[in-house]
Design a protein around this ligand. Structure first.
Ligand code: CA
Length: 455
């Protein structure tokens, strides 16, 4: 009866959905067609929104890459394990350089999905620690294809790059002579992996480094944007390559008949950067800030038959929700004793469910912190005047209501304090000082040109 049990195994394995988390780097909230962007065509990304749910009020937990990704990858506020800042060479007192990364006792989404029977791969940018113990294959991923640092050229380097910028295929270094265009290489790897794993459940963390600097675009995709200013032209061309890549990954799912049984997330890791000509539209502020332009991001979810199609969801959600949603979809359990900060979103986005996944969300990076609770948001940056906004009436954060509503300020400050008591101190410091953070969170620093002075 061996054949019966093997057919049964194949059948039951097929029932577990594949899960793909697509991460976009430093894009603007308003640069996706499905979020109202008109300048750059993103048909494949728009299609995910059309076939799934678009979140208008989705937040990441940090407005810079590494801490934001640490929370996506763990389902925990990254401050719980001291990952408050981008990875740096400045450990805090009591910590060493070898402590910089996702703390070793914290399971990743790779660990969680692997424990539930999934083949796991991380593709693209890692940025979760530069030393070996923090590399993806030591943190829950069976395979890795990408680079360890926070950025690298999209084209080949002329000489051997730093270790953080090198391209790895699992533990092997890919020679620069084989590098074509990074976005395409990550797409091709993703497609290969899908085809090879069509008969077993897989989890893919597909972290494109587009559209982070350097602004390396293919000449062929630049031509259609000749009418745009130079920086914006390269940005648009990089977005197009990204969108085409996502289209190819989805086509591969269809070709392998896995499309209906795959849960796809798409999330941007932080808002438009100061240096990549991205556009946050009506949202104030940029990458690095607690303004909405730093932390509110594009977030889509598609899972045919399970996630409502053509749905727009307005309650606030978080990148923290990815891990618990993925684990719930896998029909699995969390690894022992694990309690996530996020929620499984599937029951909440059901059109008949009025409950909200989060009462409040919190942010802190060095001297600047923020809380959003329902429509209210405070920003607290050192000794700067406190800021309070009503995001329902004032999404662009232009009208500070703190003096008019001291009771609400007090309430949100108390919530922040209670949250902070549950968090750890940073295990390392930022390479930037505090002065930029203080300046960029002042009401009088307004307008893209002014904001870009404080990266
Ligand atoms: Ca980023």
């Amino acid at each position: 009866m061996l054949w019966v049990s093997s057919i049964f195994t194949a059948y039951s394995q097929q029932q577990k959905p594949n899960v793909i988390v697509i991460v976009v780097d430093d894009a603007g909230y308003a640069d996706f067609g499905c979020y109202g962007g008109k300048e750059i065509p993103t048909p494949n990304i728009n299609q995910i929104a059309k076939n799934g749910t678009l979140f208008t009020d989705a937040y990441v937990t940090a407005s810079v890459c590494a801490p934001s990704r640490a929370a996506m990858l763990t389902g925990l506020y990254q401050q719980r394990f001291g990952f408050e800042h981008n990875t740096s060479s400045k450990p805090s007192p009591g910590y060493k350089l070898s402590d910089v990364g996702i703390a070793k006792n914290v399971p990743t989404i790779g660990n969680q999905m692997k424990a539930n029977g999934y083949r796991t791969i991380a593709i693209g940018k890692w940025h979760q620690g530069d030393t070996e113990p923090y590399f993806p294959m030591n943190r829950g991923f069976d395979e890795f294809y990408g680079f360890i640092g926070g950025h690298r050229n999209f084209f080949a380097y002329d000489k051997v790059p730093s270790r953080e910028a090198m391209l790895f295929n699992n533990r092997e270094i890919v020679p620069e002579s084989q590098v074509t265009y990074l976005t395409d290489m990550f797409t091709d790897k993703a497609s290969d992996f899908i085809a090879k794993n069509k008969s077993n459940p897989f989890f893919m963390y597909l972290a494109y480094n587009a559209v982070h600097t350097p602004m390396n675009a293919k000449k062929s995709s630049m031509q259609q944007f000749a009418h745009l200013p130079e920086g914006r032209r390269a940005y648009a061309a990089m977005m197009v390559a990204l969108d085409e890549g996502i289209g190819k990954v989805i086509q591969t799912l269809k070709d392998q008949q896995l499309y209906d049984n795959t849960l796809i997330f798409l999330i941007n890791d932080n808002g438009a950067a100061t240096n990549n000509s991205a556009d946050n539209g009506k949202l104030r502020g940029l990458k690095g800030s607690k303004w909405e332009g730093g932390i509110r991001v594009a977030f889509l979810m598609q899972w045919p038959g399970k996630v409502p199609a053509g749905n727009v969801y307005h309650n606030m959600v978080s990148s923290l929700d990815i891990l618990p949603t993925a684990v719930a979809a896998s029909n699995g359990k969390f690894v022992e004793k694990f309690v996530p900060d996020g929620k499984n979103l599937v029951p909440f986005i059901d059109r008949n469910n009025r409950k909200k996944p989060h009462e409040a969300l919190f942010w802190r990076r060095g001297v600047a912190a923020a809380v959003r609770k329902d429509k209210w948001k405070i920003i607290k940056a050192g000794d700067n005047p406190l800021l309070l906004f009503d995001l329902n009436k004032d999404t662009s954060e232009t009208n500070n209501l703190a003096l008019k509503n001291p009771k609400k300020v007090k309430e949100l400050l108390r919530d922040l304090q209670q949250w902070e008591q549950k968090m750890d101190k940073p295990h390392w410091f930022s390479d930037y000082g505090d002065s930029n953070q203080l300046m960029k969170h002042r009401m009088e620093v307004v307008g893209r040109e002014m904001e870009r002075k404080y990266p």
